[in-house]
Design a protein around this ligand. Structure first.
Ligand code: NAI
Length: 344
């Protein structure tokens, strides 16, 4: 039996990994802290570590992991913007879970939009206090509105279909548009000008960092709604805050935030929040923030555990790593993966 260690453990992770570990003949040591330069030493004695979206897998972390004998980082998520691939290259293999439930994320994006637009969060609190007034709860019909979808990969496509089911007009921007998918692609500027609602479903890269900034916002319709279930740093939060204050943006549904690492997934209710931008954004009546929970469905957690353990088993068996990502292929450059299913 091979043994792996697991950082940033939450009870819901443990439930699914414990249920499946025997199938892959793997034992797991769970650690509560996030993986980062201060905690990487805990991986000593393990060849494989399991990590997550808010772990800090920078150069220092990777160097410490490597010195301590780690040769595989198994990301239990799809995104990998928190990994320093350049340092890891030819030292530590990085694998991920490319898809676990795109439905979970797309459905959460729509749940946020419906909640914010129809003020369900406010109605819920009111009726529990026997306040049956409707003042301030008015929304708008989604039917007939234009939604602009940025990124039409696995999640974006499902979100497109959900929106079509609501009778919305869908326009999309993606540098790699799908053929024959029945999606009307437009330039990004045009999408900003035409959309009543904009939903982000692209990865965080150098090109997409702060893609929603004051210049892009200035092109948008007054009162536009923005949904971000992808990565926080796609949006310049200070520009978002200004646009919310100016009422240029009519509503924001945020499952992610650019400075979420030290906050999200933790109970901070007894802590003085030092991030004034987040505190002000959260205080707005037309903003809903969830704590990077779009992935959190039973199906997604099961698939995450299954693929992560299968990724680890492939490594221990010396097989090619089906879900490996490296310095080269993470940037879309050719790497040997196609031939032998491992990046190096
Ligand atoms: P995917 O890789 O299937 O699709 C991403 C799409 O974005 C691709 O079609 C790609 O061509 C497009 N794209 C790349 N650069 C772009 C740009 N500059 N502008 C517009 N589009 C661009 O990824 P998937 O599975 O659909 O996931 C999307 C994102 O959702 C992930 O990168 C991740 O950040 C986020 N995510 C969030 C979760 C949550 O719990 N909130 C859970 C899972 C993923």
């Amino acid at each position: 039996m091979n043994k792996i260690c697991f950082f940033d453990t939450k009870p819901y992770d443990k439930t699914y990994f414990e249920a499946l570990k025997a199938k892959y003949d793997i034992d797991i040591e769970y650690f509560e802290p996030k993986l980062g330069p201060k905690t990487a030493f805990m991986a000593k004695g393990f060849e494989a570590v399991v990590a997550f979206v808010n772990d800090n897998i920078n150069q220092e972390t990777i160097d410490i992991l490597y010195e301590n004998g780690v040769r595989l980082i198994a990301m239990r998520c799809a995104g990998y913007n928190n990994v320093d691939f350049k340092t890891a290259y030819k030292k530590i293999h990085v694998v991920r879970v490319p898809a676990y439930s795109p439905y979970a994320v797309a459905e959460h994006a729509m749940a946020l939009l419906l909640t914010l637009n129809r003020k369900i969060h406010r109605a819920y609190v009111r009726t529990r206090d026997f306040n049956f007034s409707l003042n301030g709860l008015m929304g708008f019909d989604l039917h007939g509105k234009t939604v602009g979808v940025i990124g039409t990969g696995k999640i974006g496509q499902i979100f497109v279909n959900i929106c079509k089911g609501f009778g919305m007009r869908v326009i999309a921007y993606d540098p790699y548009p799908l053929k024959d998918a029945g999606i009307e692609y437009v330039k990004l500027n045009e999408l900003c000008r035409e959309a009543d609602i904009i939903s982000l479903h692209c990865p965080l890269t150098k090109d997409t960092f702060h893609m929603i900034n004051k210049d892009m916002i200035s092109l948008m319709k007054d009162g536009v709604y923005i949904i971000n279930t992808s990565r926080g740093a796609l949006i310049n939060s200070e520009d978002l805050l200004e646009a919310l204050k100016d009422e240029k943006i009519g509503g924001a549904c945020l499952d992610v935030y650019e400075e979420e690492t030290e906050l999200f997934y933790e109970d901070m209710s007894y802590t003085v929040i030092k991030d004034d931008v987040l505190a002000r954004i959260i205080s707005m009546p037309n903003v809903i923030v969830t704590s990077h929970q779009a992935f959190l469905t039973k199906e997604a957690l099961y698939n995450i555990a299954e693929t992560t353990l299968s990724n680890c088993r492939e490594y221990f068996d010396g097989k090619g790593l089906t879900n490996e990502v490296c310095y080269k292929c993470s940037k879309g450059e050719p790497c040997p993966k196609g031939k032998n299913k491992s990046c190096f």
